[in-house]
Write a protein that binds this ligand. Structure first.
Ligand code: B3K
Ligand code: ZN
Length: 845
């Protein structure tokens, strides 16, 4: 397959002034008529006319009204064209009903919908399908279906047709169309300049409209927040959201017509957990924020993807922090970053936040581009300050509105607004791998010296690394736990640098990388006593939590290595923290969670050892039991204290209480045989508590009756059934995980055509670390079998799920052989998609 390089970028040969599209919807014979006004691009280096087009049946084409017979290949169309503006027209036929890839125009439960990002528009009609070609779209949809939607504002409609006009020039990847028998949950929003906007969330009639109420509130909060915090106002008369069951990812920010995976919008107390509510709020915000960061200012080419994604993730993280708790949100985000992005950055799939080449761009919608991309924005903000950040963003919107921009444009704005030289900082976009920052310190004559060194390990295609700009937030505490030097940002720019603090009466205890001020791995040899001290006293909530986490990781490593019993300093620290009623329950719940088993595996790799997932599993189980026993007397008291009275509400405070209550429940179930969990399952009035109770039961090998009752009650609800499928796999004992997953694939409600259902089973199998790596290799084989089957239908989701294998080189020879065999078996599949081929090739390395 052909690799595309950033360095090969050339401007488009032709620009598009306007596009008119007519859709005559029919399940297997949809006709798409296009009328595209082209003009030669004065900045172009060539006059070759090429339109992307894949899996299209060309019916007819013309230039300036004269019929032509263009040269058509599997990837597009060419023809000679006038050296002046001209109008290209075409009619093509496509088959949405048989489109199982869920890219382009496809059908989901009788509903027509589209997914064009990144390069799906070329499966709809012939077009220069690249983000730097922006145009104004007018769309006519002909169909008997009652609801026909596209981007922009409604223009006209009649019996069996509707027309839409989007006044804002946009690239084709932001095009969307929906046709279906839908019901809506309507509302309105008045913008900061007094413009009245119609808001709608559309769902299938079977789906309860009540389930849209929460999403609608989230949308209005997002619109208000973007006005208040970034000064960004909505720019159309209408904003539509449509929920779709079959969707490859969470949601899509199409201009004025966001299309959502139903799991990312529908919510009710009975069917959704607190985590679901929070995710929905965040995704609605994220897609809405794209209206400015992504749509009004888009990307010049797909290598610049982080320009819109990193910034929009950063914005949605700020929003969630403002709506809920900044401390808890930061911890949650770092948990995700370490679990997924560090894993990616330390394995065969490591790539820069701005990649330099790709085969299939869909394979680069990664945690590195998104989450590390967001971390870069956070570091920029820390370095230039809040005022500098605000000025830079104002300048960005001012200067680049309507542009298809680059990372260079983005950094230039910061340089111009703040006067700072960002040439070294720019390396964060080009250098892959997670930097390691090691710390040594000393104290003499009132002066405390902190020496920081940085080093980034080699990654695929990048052997040599040079020092980055790393903002390290540091505060100092005295022995009483008082903060004697408040947080300051040390700028580490050299390989090794020493920073000094004067006028100190005694050697302080440093709190380093506060708020996780940079996406790095901190190597700091502290004693367990020092960590326990920070867990008890640090004034920075992130570092307080992180001290506990590091302590837990050390305890786990010891237990894995030598079957040790856990350090009581750690257990006492947890007990003190749990009993501290002044602490936010959500924070306490986080402090009581252990690092993931995958994290522990990576920590062993970092220490130069070969991780054994079975031993890690046992250590986690043993430590959990020790914690349960050590906290035994306190668990019921806190469990009772965390009772939330009154009707369920998904707000952060109530959710935090449920989170700590459920944490208590899972520990109690290790000691009481599941008595309390059975009772909570029976009496809970919300999914959060019901699912947590069921999980607690399954983890101790009980819950069969509850599981059956759950299915009985919820078999009609796809999203709830996804939980039912997933939970059984994630709670299975390691030696049973593959069997449980295989059995579930035989269930009548299992279908690989629905990505949510496929992910419920196989995402959970990956998440059951010891089960996935069971020495039999059964999980490897099962996943490979199913990926091979799925690839023929849905390459994007297959390629994404193949990353489950990306840690194969960490493990012992036997596991490596088995994983490699599974990967090679996938690789050798006849007609394997470009998507999956690229991923498997990179993973194999
Ligand atoms: N921009 C889309 C993701 C598109 C993924 C294409 N494979 C959703 C988002 O990031 O908001
Ligand atoms: Zn996004």
């Amino acid at each position: 397959p052909q690799k595309i390089y950033l360095k090969d970028y050339t401007p488009p040969a032709y620009l598009v002034d306007s596009v008119e599209l007519t859709f005559k919807l029919a399940p297997t014979t949809t006709r798409v008529l296009s009328r595209i006004a082209f003009r030669p691009n004065p900045d172009a280096q060539s006059r070759d006319f090429f339109l992307h087009g894949e899996q299209l049946k060309l019916i007819s084409a013309s230039i300036d009204g004269v019929s032509i017979t263009p040269e058509v290949t599997a990837t597009g169309l060419t023809h000679t064209v006038p050296n002046a503006p001209f109008v290209f027209e075409a009619e093509v036929e496509i088959s949405p009903a048989t489109n199982t890839a869920l890219e382009g125009l496809y059908m989901s439960n009788g509903m027509y919908c589209t997914q064009c990002e990144a390069e799906g528009f070329r499966k709809i009609t012939y077009y220069p399908d690249r983000p730097d070609v922006m145009s104004v779209f007018t769309v006519r949809i002909e169909s008997d279906l009652p609801v026909l939607l596209s981007n922009g504002n409604p223009a006209a409609k009649g019996d069996g047709w509707a027309e839409w006009h989007d006044p804002w020039p946009k690239p084709a990847y932001l095009f969307a169309l929906v046709g279906g028998d839908l019901v809506n949950h309507p509302d309105r929003f008045t913008t900061m300049s007094g413009k009245d906007v119609e808001l709608n969330i559309w769902v299938r009639p079977g789906d309860d409209e009540q389930k849209c109420a929460f999403g609608m509130e989230a949308l209005k909060k997002s619109m208000k927040w973007d006005e208040d915090v970034y000064g960004r106002e909505y720019d159309l008369d209408i904003f539509n959201i449509v929920a779709v069951d079959d969707f490859n990812m969470g949601a899509m920010e199409n201009k004025g017509l966001n299309i959502f995976n139903s799991s990312a919008v529908l919510a009710s107390p009975e069917t959704s957990t607190d985590a679901n509510f929070e995710r929905i709020e965040a995704i609605i915000a994220h897609e809405y924020f794209h209206n400015w960061t992504g749509n009004r200012i888009t990307c010049r080419d797909w290598f610049q993807l982080c320009l819109k994604e990193g910034l929009t993730v950063f914005r949605d993280q700020q929003f969630t922090g403002d709506m809920r708790s900044h401390a808890v949100k930061r911890i949650d985000d770092v948990v995700v970053l370490r679990a997924h992005q560090f894993r990616e950055d330390n394995g065969p799939l490591a790539h820069p936040v701005r990649p330099e080449s790709f085969v299939e761009i869909n394979n680069f919608y990664t945690v590195t581009v998104y989450e590390k991309g967001a971390e870069i924005i956070g570091m920029l903000k820390r370095l230039v300050g809040d005022e500098g950040y605000k000025n830079a963003l104002d300048l960005y919107f001012d200067r680049h509105d309507g542009d298809a921009a680059t990372i260079e444009d983005w950094l230039q704005v910061f340089e111009d607004a703040t006067g700072r030289d960002l040439s070294q900082f720019a390396k964060w976009y080009s250098q892959a791998g997670t930097p390691r920052v090691s710390v040594t310190d000393s104290y003499a004559d009132g002066t405390y010296s902190l020496t920081l060194s940085q080093q980034t390990p080699a990654t695929p295609d990048q052997d040599k690394k040079t020092p980055m700009v790393i903002p390290v937030a540091v505060g100092l505490l005295n022995d009483n736990g008082d903060e004697i030097v408040p947080t300051r940002i040390l700028e580490l720019t050299e390989a090794t640098q020493t920073f000094t603090f004067d006028g100190l009466a005694s050697k302080p205890v440093p709190s380093i990388l506060r708020g996780f001020s940079a996406p790095v791995i901190l190597e700091h040899d502290q004693t367990n006593a020092e960590r326990a001290f920070l867990l008890a006293h640090d004034t920075d909530p992130f570092n307080r939590w992180d001290a506990g986490r590091t302590l837990a990781q050390d305890v786990l490593l010891q237990m894995v290595r030598e079957d040790a019993t856990p350090d009581t300093a750690y257990l006492d620290g947890l007990l003190a923290l749990l009993r501290d009623d002044n602490l936010d329950p959500a924070f306490r719940a986080l402090a009581l969670s252990l690092p993931s088993q995958d994290d522990t595996a990576q920590a062993l790799v970092d220490a130069g050892e070969t991780p054994d997932p079975t031993a890690i599993y046992r250590a986690h189980e043993a430590l959990t039991l020790h914690i349960a026993q050590h906290l035994q007397d306190t668990l019921p008291r806190i469990y009772a204290d965390m009772t939330v009275t009154g009707p369920y509400a998904p707000d952060a405070v109530s959710a935090g209480k449920r989170s700590l209550g459920n944490r208590m429940l899972s520990l109690m179930s290790k000691l009481d045989g599941g008595k309390q969990a059975s009772q909570q399952y029976a009496t809970a009035d919300n999914m959060t508590q019901q699912l947590a109770a069921l999980a607690s039961l399954l983890k101790i090998g009980k819950g069969a009756d509850e599981l059956a009752a759950f299915e009985q009650r919820w078999h009609h609800d796809r999203l709830v059934m996804d939980k039912w499928f997933g939970l059984q796999v994630s709670c299975a004992a390691p030696e049973d995980a593959a069997k449980v997953a295989a059995k579930l694939t035989e269930h009548s409600a299992f279908t690989m055509k629905n990505p949510n259902r496929f992910r419920a089973v196989f995402g959970a199998l990956k998440g059951n670390t010891a089960g996935f790596h069971d020495p039999s290799g059964a999980s490897y084989d099962l996943l490979a079998d199913w990926l091979i089957k799925l690839d023929a239908l849905n390459p994007q989701t297959t390629a994404r799920m193949s990353t489950s294998f990306d840690t194969w080189k960490r493990y012992d020879a036997d596991r490596q052989t088995k994983m490699k065999a599974a990967l090679q078996r996938i690789d050798k599949t006849p007609n394997l998609s470009r998507d999956t081929t690229e991923m498997v090739t990179r993973i194999l390395g």
